[in-house]
Design a protein around this ligand. Structure first.
Ligand code: FES
Ligand code: FES
Length: 173
């Protein structure tokens, strides 16, 4: 478990979540993390478990559009929220711009960190704080890559951010 010592006698709690656009109602034991719920009960194994302690970013998903380490969130605390996992970001037939960029820039090797990197990069774009490559590297530093694909990951994100900024510039000109 990634969070404390669970009280196994505590009753399950009714929880409603929107997962990748689908509303689901569940009875969830109070010690179950969002990561374990996604990978176990919901069989959404695209979200990866690395450290299970909030230190690697492999489990990053979007909760109400914000990037979060799902191993650090108890699922019952998320009642009423909207959760997007890598399965909801895009599909092989209809990839998100960030997924396309990761393919184009060869921004992965084993791929284990990639779902978390992509969800984190999408969250980073909505935060609007990264405008330069050093800012991208700094603000993506919570997502580790054991294969060391950092240069290509930054290339992919920089490209998508650059295109986003030029679209914004064109819209205001
Ligand atoms: Fe959640 Fe590592 S598995 S941060
Ligand atoms: Fe292997 Fe990042 S691509 S851990």
């Amino acid at each position: 478990m990634g969070i404390g010592s669970p009280n196994r006698s505590a009753p399950s709690r009714p929880t409603q979540l929107s997962i990748n656009g689908q509303i689901i109602s569940l009875e969830i034991q109070p010690w179950v993390t969002l990561l374990d719920l996604l990978r176990g009960q919901l069989e959404l194994s695209g979200t990866k478990k690395g450290c299970d302690h909030g230190q690697c970013g492999a489990c990053t998903v979007l909760i109400d559009g914000e990037r979060i380490n799902s191993c650090l969130k108890l699922a019952v605390s998320l009642d009423g929220t909207e959760i997007t996992t890598i399965e909801g970001v895009g599909s092989p037939q209809a990839m998100h711009a960030m997924q396309k960029a990761f393919v184009e820039y060869d921004a992965f090797q084993c791929g284990y960190c990639t779902p978390g990197q992509i969800c984190s990069a999408i969250g980073l774009m909505s935060e609007g704080r990264a405008r330069t490559r050093p800012e991208i590297r700094e603000l993506m530093s919570g997502n580790l890559c054991r294969c060391g694909a950092y240069t290509n990951i930054a290339d992919a994100i920089e490209d998508v951010l650059g295109r986003l900024h030029s679209q914004v510039r064109e819209a205001v000109e």
